[in-house]
Design a binder for this molecule. Sequence first.
Ligand SMILES: C[S@@+](CC[C@H](N)C(=O)[O-])C[C@H]1O[C@@H](n2cnc3c(N)ncnc32)[C@H](O)[C@@H]1O
Length: 186
Amino acid sequence: MGRSENMNTSISVLRLGHRRERDKRITSHLGLTARAFGADEIILSGDEDPSPLLTWNSVSNRFGGEFICRYESKPLRLLRKTAKDKNTLIVHLTMYGEKMEEILKKLPFDESILIVVGGTKVPGEVYGLADYNVSIGNQPHSEVAALAIFLNNYVDIDSLNNKFSGGEIKVVPTKRGKNILTLEEE
Ligand SMILES: C[S@@+](CC[C@H](N)C(=O)[O-])C[C@H]1O[C@@H](n2cnc3c(N)ncnc32)[C@H](O)[C@@H]1O
C-alpha cells in the first residue's frame, strides 16, 4: 500500500533556511533523498546557492527521471499562497508534530503535497500554515532522515520502478561488485 506515481498530482519538498557553507552537503543529500524516494520537485530557500541545484540536475541527467529543482526567495509567501489555494496539502516534518503513523492513516494518496523541512529554526507561522505537522519520533535528528522515513512510508516503492527512465546509466542490483548498464546497452 502507498501512493503510486500519478500524473495529476505531485510531491514537492521545500527546504527552508539553507546556509550556503554550513549546509552544503546536507542540502545536497536532502534533494537526492527526495528524488530517490519519489518526490517530483525540490524547492531550495534560504541562501541562494547554485551548487545543490547543479548536483541534483547532474544526478538526474546521469540516473534518469524528471526531477524539478528551483530556488525560492520567499518561501513563506509560497506557503501562504499554497495554504490559501487549497490545491496542495502542506506536510511539515517536525519533532513537535503528531505521530507519522497516525497522520498516514488520514493523509490522502491522490492529492498533491508539499513537504516542508527545516534546518535552522523554523518560523512559527509554518506550524499554522501546515495541514499536518508530522513527527518521525519525538527526538531531534535530521531533515534527511525525516524525509527518507516519511517518503518511504508514504510512497509505494514499487511504483518508482519506471520513474527513472532516460538516464545515461542504470544500476543493476548485484550480490557483489558493481553492475551498471549504460544507455546504449539498455
Ligand atoms: C536539525 S533539525 C531541527 C530540529 C527541530 N527543532 C524540529 O522542529 O524538528 C532540522 C529539521 O529536521 C527535521 N526533523 C528533525 N527531527 C525530526 C523529527 N523527529 N521528526 C520530524 N522531522 C524532524 C525537521 O524538518 C527540522 O526542521
